[in-house]
Structures are given as C-alpha cells and as structure tokens.
Design a protein around this ligand. Structure first.
Ligand SMILES: *Cc1c(COP(=O)(O)O)cnc(C)c1O
Length: 505
C-alpha cells in the first residue's frame, strides 16, 4: 500500500515514510491510495477476538511495510499483552455501555490520561519508533507539541520512555485547567519535558511552528542526528488506530447479540479536528455496516454549518466552552474527507485549502455536497443544553458523562427525534467525567460551582463519586499524590533555548 498527499497525488510514499514524516512537504496530508476492504465474514470473525487481534487485522492491512512481529509488538506495547487484559486500559480498551434499546455509548477514555487521545497516542510513538529506523536510519526523533490541554498529556504518556524519542510539550501559562496543568507537570519518564509559555494557546502553537521551520535549529539538530516530528492528528499514525475501535464496537455489539451481522448502525461523534469522525468514515468505506455519521459540535459550530450548507466559513467568533477539546474553527482533517469525496482530486483540495487560508472560507461543488449528504448529518448544542444532557443521562439511565460526550448525546437525540430514524446509534464518549468534575457536578446537582485550584477539583471529584457511585479513574485519583517535576516557564522568544537545553544541544 502507498500513501499520497491530499494536495499532490503524483508522489507516493510507503506507510513507514508517511508515519515518520507526519506531513507531506507541500503541506498536504497523507492518505492511503486505496482503502482495504473487509468482508462481512471477516467482520463476523472479529466478534470472537480481543481488541489486540482486531487491531492487528486492521493495522496489518494499512502498514504493509511493517513486519507482522513489528505490528504485534506495537499493539501489545500500547494496549497490553495478547489475550491478557490490557494493563494500561484495564481490560477492553473500548467498552460499550447500553443506555436504551437503540442507543449505546462507546467509552474511549479508559487509557492512562482518561481521554480518547490515548487510543491513538499509546500506539503512534511505537509505530514511529519502528518507522523512523526504517526510513531515516540512525536518527532520533524529537516530538514538539503545543497543547490546549488533552493532547499534551496523552502525547507525554505515549512517548514516555519510548526508545529513540524525546518529547517536549509547551502549554499556555493561562490556557489550561489546574487539573490539566498538574497532569503534565507531574509527568514521569526520562525522555520528557514540559514547559509553560507566556501567552495563550495560539502563542504556544505559533512558537512551536516557528521552531519546526527554523533552519538553524534544524541544522543544529541534524548535527546531533535528530529530527523534529509532530504528535498531532495530521499524522496518519494517529488516525489508523482510531479506525480499529469502530470495527471493535461493531464486533462487540455482534458478540453481545445486540445486532445481527450486516445490520447497519449509526455513529455520533463529538468533533473538533475531525480526526475521530473521519476514522469512522474510513471504517464505513472499508465495509463496516455504518449507515450515517452524525457530527456533533458545541457552540463553535463551523462543521454543522458546513455539513448543512456546503460552505466552510471560519470567519466567526471563537467561544470558550465547557467542552474545550472541541473549541476549534479550522478542522484540519476535513481536508482528508474532501479528498475522498472528490474522488481524489488533489487540485481541487489545494484550491479549497488556499481559499480557506486567504479568504477564510470555501464552498464545495454540488457533487461533493451530494456525497456529503449521503453519509453525514450534523447537530450542535450550547453549554447549557450540554449540561441538561448530562443531567438527563444521569437521571434517566444513572449514566455519568463528560461535557464532550454530552454534546454528542444531545446531537444523537436531536437526530433521532427530527428524522425518526430508529437505526441503533453508537454515541462516542471521549473523556472521563472525572476530567471535568466541576462542570459535571454542576450539571448533575444544578449548584453554582466553580473550582479554581486542583485541590478544589479533587474535592468536587470526591463529591461526584459519592453521589454517582461511578468510580474515579485511578490515574486521576493518584494525581493528588504525584510530585511536581516540571515548573519551567519561558517567554515566547525563549522557546528555542528551552528546547536546546532539554536536548543538550
Ligand atoms: C480531541 C478531543 C475531541 C475532538 O476529537 P477530534 O478527533 O479532534 O474531532 C473530542 N473530545 C475530547 C475529550 C477530545 O480530547
């Protein structure tokens, strides 16, 4: 299998290159030139397998220049030993909760950082440590990441002590929650570093982009046999692990006799950068019986508008919401969908992306819009509606969910009510409710709560646990006793120095 860039189809690369490089030199994203197909028989067989074996079936079809042993060892490192419960995820990494006869929740937050980013970021570093020696022998990879919260911690936890890699995360001094700050500052591992940056998320992100493109720094790095790479979701190695859990949820529904083989399901995904829902789209194109994909957004509803009108317009106010990981106006993975829906038209994708950069908007053709309509629906809700949804799920089903999941649950219900579609619907749950104790407790009790320190968040988490009887995940609970290792802080202009000091350049 080869991978091509969404903006230049003529230069194809092998899977390991696509993963090692992350992004194509002209700015496009790597996509497989053809999707592997799964028969119903193969999907049926998956119902008898554990998550690791299902992952092997999917990954081996995409990573054709990895050996079977390499793929197996990456999967075991990420999700635990074969046929034993996965240690890091405490059993099935992607379990299902059934809410009512036609609605299920796929919980993707049982990993070490309690957000769905773990599903991909536990695997990507391992894929990279195989891909890099294959394609750039002798090089060491240095991952630089700017984070608004969840990605940084998940990337740190994923790259921790992975041979041949170093990782440095920059977070905005005043842009992450106290809990998120503590999660990162207490990070363990010999190859990790964390630094607060003056300013907001955009400052941190711009700073990291400048480091990536700084020619002198690149040269310095090369002299030490190192290269920079990125851990964000433009890397194919982050998308491919996400395809697995859609096959896995279908296989589990089959094994539990909730559906029959071939029965179509709908999937509702709380969406930000369009990575998670894109993986569901690929699963559908690979033969998984999915009828519709419902794209759920918060008040930053640029994708709802796009799916309904065919116009993508980022020129709009940015809102900070209670589902911060979906506060995004430019969803970078949408580029991959446009490529697929246009039948692989790289010129068209280049033009649309150009228009987005220069004019802040683009419109797709009627043909592409028609394809979009065939597979996608969209809905959004505001913070108050999401809070009401948290309360409703708790009262009706004794089910506790986080604000991101609540946005999806709301969108799912709205879709079901407006269309009358009775197809079974899987709502994707992307974070543990205990990652956002004040928002969740506030929604459940109706009290006016605000936690300002990590200590206050911990005591609200205890109250939530007492009230709901849903256990707190151990990694979040243990945070109270973890020593703080990183207290570094730098100005916007000092990020280069921080990187050099960390890498010993
Ligand atoms: C990253 C994230 C999302 C958005 O996922 P995308 O793949 O960017 O669409 C949703 N919820 C949570 C909790 C996240 O961390």
């Amino acid at each position: 299998m080869k991978y091509v860039s969404t903006r230049r189809k003529d230069k194809a690369v092998f899977p390991a290159q696509a993963i090692a490089q992350g992004i194509s030199p002209e700015g496009g994203l790597f996509v497989p030139d053809e999707l592997p197909k799964f028969s119903l028989k193969e999907i049926g067989e998956m119902s008898q397998m554990n998550y690791q074996d299902r992952a092997y079936m999917v990954l081996s079809r995409f990573l054709t220049d990895f050996t079977p042993e390499e793929i197996r060892s990456c999967i075991q490192g990420a999700y635990g030993e074969k046929s034993e419960p996965a240690d890091k995820f405490g059993g099935n990494p992607a379990p299902i909760a059934k809410l009512c006869p036609d609605t299920y929740v796929l919980e993707l937050w049982h990993g070490p950082t309690c957000a769905f980013k773990d599903m991909a970021l536990q695997l990507l570093p391992r894929l990279m440590s195989v891909a890099v020696p294959k394609t750039m022998p002798g090089k060491k990879v240095c991952i630089l990441t700017a984070t608004s919260g969840d990605t940084g911690k998940a990337a740190l936890e994923g790259f921790k002590d992975v041979p041949g890699t170093n990782i440095m995360v920059f977070y905005p001094q005043h842009g992450v929650s106290e809990m998120q700050k503590l999660q990162m500052a207490s990070q363990e591992g010999k190859n990790v570093s964390v630094c607060a940056v003056e300013g907001n998320f955009d400052d941190a992100q711009t700073g990291v982009k400048n480091l990536f493109t700084n020619p002198e720094l690149k040269e310095k790095l090369a002299a030490y046999n190192m290269v920079f790479s990125s851990a964000n979701s433009i890397n194919w190695g982050r998308l491919v692990p996400q395809i697995v859990y859609y096959f896995s949820v279908y296989a589990d529904l089959l094994a539990d006799e909730e559906i029959f083989l071939g029965e179509k399901i709908n999937v509702t995904v709380p969406t930000g950068n369009f990575g998670n829902i894109l993986a569901a789209y690929y699963a559908k194109e690979m033969g998984l019986p999915i009828q519709r994909l419902i794209c759920a957004s918060n008040r930053n509803n640029v994708l709802t508008d796009f799916i309904q009108t065919g116009v993508y317009n980022k020129k709009r106010p940015f809102y900070a919401t209670t589902s911060p990981s979906m506060d995004i106006l430019v969803s970078s993975n949408l580029e991959r969908l446009l490529f697929a829906l246009s039948g692989g038209d790289d010129n068209l994708v280049s033009c649309l992306m150009d228009s987005l950069n220069r004019e802040g908007e683009y419109q797709v053709s009627p043909e592409v819009k028609e394809k979009l309509d065939e597979g996608f629906s969209a809905a959004w809700c505001n913070d108050q509606q999401a809070a009401q949804e948290i309360q409703r799920l708790f009262q009706e089903f004794s089910y506790l969910c986080d604000p991101h999941t609540a946005v999806a649950a709301y969108a799912c219900r709205q879709y079901q009510e407006t269309t009358g579609d009775k197809t079974k619907n899987v709502v994707v749950s992307t974070a543990s409710p205990y990652k956002f104790p004040s928002s969740v407790l506030k929604a459940v009790t109706g009290e006016n709560l605000q936690a300002l320190t990590a200590q206050e968040e911990f005591s609200l988490a205890d109250r939530l646990e007492h009230l709901s009887n849903a256990p707190q995940p151990l990694p979040l609970f243990q945070l109270r006793e973890k020593p703080v290792r990183f207290t570094g802080y730098c100005g916007k202009e000092e990020m280069e120095q921080a990187v050099c000091a960390f890498l010993g350049l």
